[in-house]
Structures are given as C-alpha cells and as structure tokens.
Design a protein around this ligand. Sequence first.
Ligand code: NAD
Length: 434
Amino acid sequence: MEGQTASTLTVGVPRETAPGERRVAMTPDTVKRLTASGVVVKVESGAGLASGHSDDAYVAAGATVVPDTDQVYDAQVVIKVQKPNQDEAARLRRGSTLIALLQPMSNIDLMRDLAERDITTFSMDAIPRTTRAQSMDVLSSQATVAGYKAVLMAADTLPRFFPMLTTAAGSIVPAKVLVVGAGVAGLQAIATARRLGAVVEAYDTRPVVKEQVESLGAKFVDIPVDTSDAQTAGGYAKEVSTETLRKQQEVLADRAARSDVVITTAAVPGRPAPRLISRETVERMRPGSVIVDLAAETGGNVELTRAGENVEHNGVTIMGQLNLPSTMPVHASQMYAKNIQNLLDLLIKGGAFAPDYEDEIVKGTVITRNGEIVHEMTRQRLAESSAPAAPNTEGGQSPISAPNREPSGTSTPVLTQDGATQSAEAAGIRNSQS
Ligand code: NAD
C-alpha cells in the first residue's frame, strides 16, 4: 500500500465503540486538509456526533459519509481513538494501516494478531515526547484536558467555595489545593485551580519545574531530598529511591492534611505510579475533602484509589475516574485530531502514504510492520509474556509487565517525556495566570 498515489489512498474514520468513548479521531477541519490533497476520506455515519460534528459537516469537508462499518474498515489507512475491539480488528484488511491509541505493551495479543495479518500499526501513545514531536503528542494534549477536568470535578464535589469571598454574610476563606506532580496534567490543574481562586501549592521531584509552578501563582513545596537523580539527562522523570519516597510521603502527608483538595498526577514513564498518599494521610484530612487521582490507571498515587471509581473514606472522597478526556469530547477531539493531522503530514507525501521509517518519530511510533512487531519495548514485552513464568517470584509480574501498568493512551507517557519547558508549553498555560 505504501507509495500509493493520491487518487487511490483511502482513509477511514470509524465511529468509536468503546464504552464511554465520545471522541472522534478526525474532525471536519482535519478531514478537509486530507481531501484537499486528493485523499479519499470515508467517515462512518455518526462518528463525530458526540464531539459536536454532524455527518453534513464531514460531507462539507469533502468526506464520504458511509452508514456501513465494513466500508470504513476497508480503507487503506484506518484512524481511530481507541484500540479496535476483536470484531473491528477482524474487519481491517490485510496490508492496511491502523493509527490509534493502541497501548501496545498492554495489548500484546492484539499486536501479534495485527502483525500476523500484515497490518502496519502506529500507536499515538508511543509518539516520542520530544520537542519535534510535540505537535503530535496526544499524551500531552489529552493530559491537558484531564488536568483541567480534575479540578472541575473536585470543585463540584467539594462542599466549599474555591475562591475567597467577602460578603454581607461574612467572609469565605479560599480553598487550599495541593497538586502532586507538575507535568502536563499537573500544571494545567494548578492553572485551573488558581483561575477558580484557590490557594495552590504543588510538588514535583524534578526541581526544574519549581519556576513554572511559581509562574502560575502556586507555591512550590520544597522537600529536602536529594533530587540530583530525579530526572534523566533528557529531562524525563526517574523513579526515586525508597528513602526519598518515604520523605516525600511524610511531607506530603502534612500538606495534604491541611488541604481541601489534593490532585495527584505523579508518573514515571513506563513504571507504576509512585505511591505518595497513604491511607493514614487520608485519615488525617478533613471530612468533605476531595482527592482526584489522575494516576489511577497505572496503580494510583493514593493507597485508597480504585481505578474508575469514587471511594469515600472517613468523609474524604477519592476519585479515580478514567478517560477524563472523553468527558470533554469537543476539545479533546479537536486536539487529538490536530495531533493526528501533524503525524499524517509526516506519513503522507503528495497524497501518497510514504512514511520514512528511518525518521525518529516514525520509528518510535510504528509498532507492527512487514508481519512483525518492530517496536522495541513491545518486542521485549512479547518476549516476557512468552517466557515461562519464573517460579516463586515475589509479587509475580514486574510492574511494567502487569497488564494495567502500561500507561493508557490518554495518560502516562510510554516511552519518553520531554523536559519541563515542553510540559509547560503543552499545558498551554504559559503566562496565563494573572
Ligand atoms: P507527565 O509525565 O507530564 O507528569 C508527571 C509528573 O510526575 C512529572 O513532572 C514527574 O516529574 C512527576 N513525578 C514523578 N515521580 C514523582 C514523585 N515521586 N513525586 C512527585 N512528582 C513525581 O504526565 P502527565 O501527562 O501530566 O500525566 C500525569 C498523570 O495523569 C499520568 O499518570 C497519566 O496517566 C494521568 N492521566 C490520566 C487521565 C485520566 O483520564 N484519568 C488522562 C490523562 C492523563
């Protein structure tokens, strides 16, 4: 299929079927750009409805809207948000290309099946978090939505005001918000909480983010630990030592106990979420306080978090909701589609699908090709899953190989994470705080 001309390249955009998924992979704006270059785009009827795009809008953008799912999956390049289910995967034609949030390390069987059927796959959650790939970085764009929404959920659940008020009925003190982890989601959470008038403090192991936290009007929590090894040479977070983690837990316990809201977003690429807030810490918080744990999917930063659920403990609500971007499908889709468009600019030349597999971004993102799994970390995962189980190993699987450990497409970076500057820019909040 590679190298096909503009007149023959067909792109399919199916309706998402995963429970609760309301995003769409391409908006009419991004479709328009493809059709203008001669690519035929088939959109499944109703695909954009939940994110505010009618079939007519797609037709106006030059797409063909088809009622039949098979016709969309018959395209040479199929573009989705979520990984295909079994039925959808079976509809993909041999030799075609699939672009979606595939979470390959958690979906080894699917990846093996697609490779065997000679389907080339690109996983949007594997886009390297580098400056050059920033415009394609769906983890950042979707984390921006999650950080914002986490604060709104907390504000909605908290039985108090966020802002300070001076009224005839007395004065109201502002809510105190603690944000743990000041990457993309964390910085957006800080900015949102500040906009609502809360007093915000934040902590991150990478001391380099202190300045960004302060530029958003929040106070940086200094924890006297050795942070010299908190990040890699490329600026990516590393797992901290047990001693450092213990010290962090101790200081954060005091801060959390004084906070009305705690938003946790701490994540280390490819590792389970660091456990930062214990049950005892939750028990020290005032009844009515709210914790939103954005790291729920990778094990949670909070001991009591249950992924996908709200838990109440001693009057404190701990929210572990997953897929927050889908709760704001209009802008989440707009950003996802824009990321896709920027990737397609790299993959489609002159209307023909012609990726340069030596390009660093392409190399990092392609998972299966020519009948094989070519993505290094996924190959390693495959090898681990095929190896005979090690007898009597404490804890069973290694954290990274546990099925729910790999970050989801709407969440933790899979491979790398760009430096602090990128995080702030990706959060879209530079200088936004008054
Ligand atoms: P990110 O990598 O940009 O930020 C994570 C931050 O955590 C980094 O700045 C890192 O330095 C910091 N960190 C690592 N270990 C720490 C520790 N021990 N103490 C304090 N800070 C520590 O990631 P992101 O894109 O902002 O995503 C953050 C989290 O939000 C991830 O867990 C991701 O899976 C999750 N997420 C959830 C949803 C959802 O819908 N629930 C959506 C998007 C993202």
